[in-house]
Design a protein around this ligand. Structure first.
Ligand SMILES: Nc1ncnc2c1ncn2[C@@H]1O[C@H](COP(=O)(O)OP(=O)(O)O)[C@@H](O)[C@H]1O
Ligand SMILES: [Mg+2]
Length: 354
């Protein structure tokens, strides 16, 4: 039985504002599911529906096989960590961590023991008497996580919990969260617009766009087998090149370069060709199956240069290419070929993977 299951969950505010469109998915024990998508795509609304802070227009939230849709938030045994942390400013760290437990009417000795364990686990022992205003951003974040952990809930919900931290701290806390939650049995539903967080933390990722589930898969499969053009363009940095190209027989044509179509892509008059910048290669001038282009921008990313190359096709399009920084570039005309086994094909109208 799934720990958490959403059945045809829908939230309609107005006919033009439908942030959750008949979403069905399940999360098992020990799983870490990330809801990933651009701002405004409905991620927080989904969490709020699971938590009971919003009522669905249609559909059900099931926890351990039980329909909790009509239960109040306090009756669902769910713990939520908000982006703002939502700590009580007038309470100490100890009182903040205890607040969720007091509401649940636990015995005082139980409460003290759980807080001591959790504070030790998260390295908060020396901070228990401080107020939130006397803590750094990273420490506040940890108190918010402690307040969730101490509850021992059936499901953890986290809404962009790292977005208020600076880049270095975010990387460290991300690793901490991964360790912390991999030791928990209760499943996690984590919301972010940051693909690195989604890729590094999750056992499964749900990519959302405009209230619709685009793909639900492991991070690896989302990256290597994107289900459609949206996922292909959203996952991966630098972004995948996506070019609309004509087809001829079993090949797509990019200027004079012929690229063999996948079985599913044959028979179309045009298709969208997807290729990641790391899968474009420099090739020799005498390589007949290559395309020429002129470099018009070089971005140094440390280990690699990201070259923007204007192709000789008509109308001219840009191909972005990732190359090691050993070689320096400026404005040359170069020859490029594609690593054929890494080409993705998408339907030119629906955007679906072919
Ligand atoms: N109370 C509301 N009334 C009408 N529209 C709302 C309400 N709350 C959220 N929305 C809309 O729902 C959409 C999704 O919001 P949200 O779930 O917060 O997105 P995300 O967390 O992915 O950034 C947004 O377009 C937002 O404007
Ligand atoms: Mg949000």
């Amino acid at each position: 039985m799934a720990k958490l299951e959403l059945r045809d969950l829908n939230k309609t505010y107005t006919p033009t504002s439908v942030p959750v469109k008949d979403l069905s998915l399940s999360v098992e024990e020990g799983e870490f599911l990330t809801l990933l998508g651009p701002s405004g795509c409905g991620k927080s609304t989904i969490l709020r529906l699971i938590a009971g802070l919003e009522q669905p227009t249609r559909g059900q939230v099931m926890i351990q096989g039980r329909n909790v849709s009509s239960l109040e938030p306090g009756e669902r045994n769910i713990a939520m960590v908000f982006q703002s942390y939502a700590l009580y400013p007038h309470m100490t760290v100890h009182e903040n961590i205890a607040s969720g437990l007091k509401l649940r009417k636990l015995a005082d000795s139980d409460i003290q023991q759980r807080i001591a364990e959790t504070a030790k686990f998260l390295g908060l022992e020396d901070l228990l008497d401080r107020k939130p205003s006397q803590l750094s951003g990273g420490q506040r974040q940890r108190v918010a996580v402690a307040r969730a952990l101490v509850r021992r809930p059936d499901v953890f919900l986290l809404d962009e919990p790292l977005s208020n931290l600076d880049a270095l701290l975010r990387e460290r806390v991300r690793a901490e969260l991964k360790q912390l939650f991999s030791a928990q049995k209760a499943p996690v539903v984590y919301v972010t617009h940051d693909q690195t967080e989604a890729m590094t933390l999750s056992t499964k990722v749900a990519v959302l766009y405009d209230g619709n589930l685009q793909q639900l898969d492991t991070p690896q499969r989302i990256y290597t087998l994107p289900a459609n053009q949206f996922v292909a363009g959203f996952i991966g940095s630098p972004q995948m090149n996506l070019l609309t190209v004509p087809c001829q027989g079993d090949y797509a044509l990019l200027d004079e370069m012929k690229i063999p179509l996948s079985a599913g892509a044959r028979g179309q008059s045009k298709v969208v060709l997807g290729i990641r910048p790391e899968h474009v290669r420099l090739s020799e001038l005498e390589d007949l199956n290559s395309i020429q282009g002129t470099i018009y921008l070089v971005e140094n990313l440390g280990m690699h240069n990201l070259l923007s190359v204007r192709l000789k096709n008509q109308p001219p399009e840009t191909l972005r290419v990732l190359l090691p920084t050993e070689q320096t570039w400026s404005g040359e005309t170069i020859n490029l070929s594609l690593s054929v086994e890494h080409v993705h094909w998408f339907d030119a109208n629906s955007g679906k993977r072919l």
